[in-house]
Design a protein around this ligand. Structure first.
Ligand code: BTN
Length: 245
């Protein structure tokens, strides 16, 4: 109810804007852009966009706890998106660890969380979300992974403003659960929607090596637990890229 919403026609990146103006912005500032000219994804990737192609926004949230306690935050946000997407009948939407949203193995949405603060002092998160609405052909050609959009993923007619409002409601609710009880309180719901639960996967490690295994579970702080040839391994989100095997 007390969100402070700013809407831009065009901006470089809603995440960059909030990161650069962090101290001037209050808790609960939400920046929505009709078009980002320099949208950013995880692991240094770009978030490709054109007018109307995707819903792009960022939410600034201040936490009492330090960055160390926020390891499950990006997964928590995934739960909020899943709730909102299922409400608009995108019922095939699933999570891909750590925080992509897939429909039929194709990417529908992504989350980019950037943190400022110490490991154990108060910290501020900029929670960026991009959801594909209607990807035009010339944009599809620039994207180097399987993607889909809500135009294909739901039979409903999606009103982007209504979806935006719904998603913010779910995000506020999930963030309050997360603040009070941690990711543990959302863990079962997360696992129930995981596209790769009990599935064979390949993981591309930061050093270029590849580890294969079967996904067993998600821990209460959001690490992925995989059964590998060397036994159970816990993967921290960071730099790992997960593929189905
Ligand atoms: C990913 O899938 O790698 C994360 C994509 C995050 C994209 C959103 S769009 C709004 C916000 N601003 C950015 O520059 N990135 C995030």
């Amino acid at each position: 109810a007390w969100l402070n919403i700013e809407v831009f026609d065009t901006i470089d990146s809603t995440n960059s804007y909030l990161m650069q103006n962090m101290s001037a912005k209050t808790h609960g500032t939400c920046v929505i852009a009709n078009l980002q000219t320099n949208g950013r994804g995880r692991r240094g990737r770009e978030w490709q966009a054109s007018l109307g192609a995707s819903l792009t926004f960022s939410l600034l949230w201040r936490f009492q706890c330090g960055a160390a306690a926020l390891s499950g935050l990006s997964l928590a946000v995934g739960v909020a998106l899943i709730r909102g997407l299922h409400e608009i009948d995108a019922s095939a939407a699933q999570l891909k660890w750590p925080n992509d949203i897939l429909v039929n193995q194709q990417k529908l949405a992504g989350i980019l969380i950037e943190l400022q603060g110490d490991m154990d002092g108060p910290s501020t998160a900029v929670i960026g979300v991009g959801i594909n609405l209607h990807l035009p052909e010339q944009l599809l050609q620039k994207i180097d992974q399987p993607v889909t959009d809500l135009n294909h993923a739901t039979p409903s007619n999606v009103n982007p403003n209504a979806l935006m409002a719904k998603l913010l409601e779910h995000m506020v609710e999930v963030l309050s659960t997360f603040e009070q009880a941690g990711f543990d309180a959302l863990r079962e719901e997360w696992v129930a929607h995981h596209a790769y639960h009990q599935q064979p996967v390949r993981m591309l490690m930061p050093d270029g090596s590849e580890v294969t295994g079967v996904v067993q579970d998600i821990s209460d702080n959001g690490t992925l637990i995989v059964e590998t040839a060397n036994g159970l391994q816990k993967m921290m989100s960071g730099e790992i890229s997960l593929r189905s095997a």
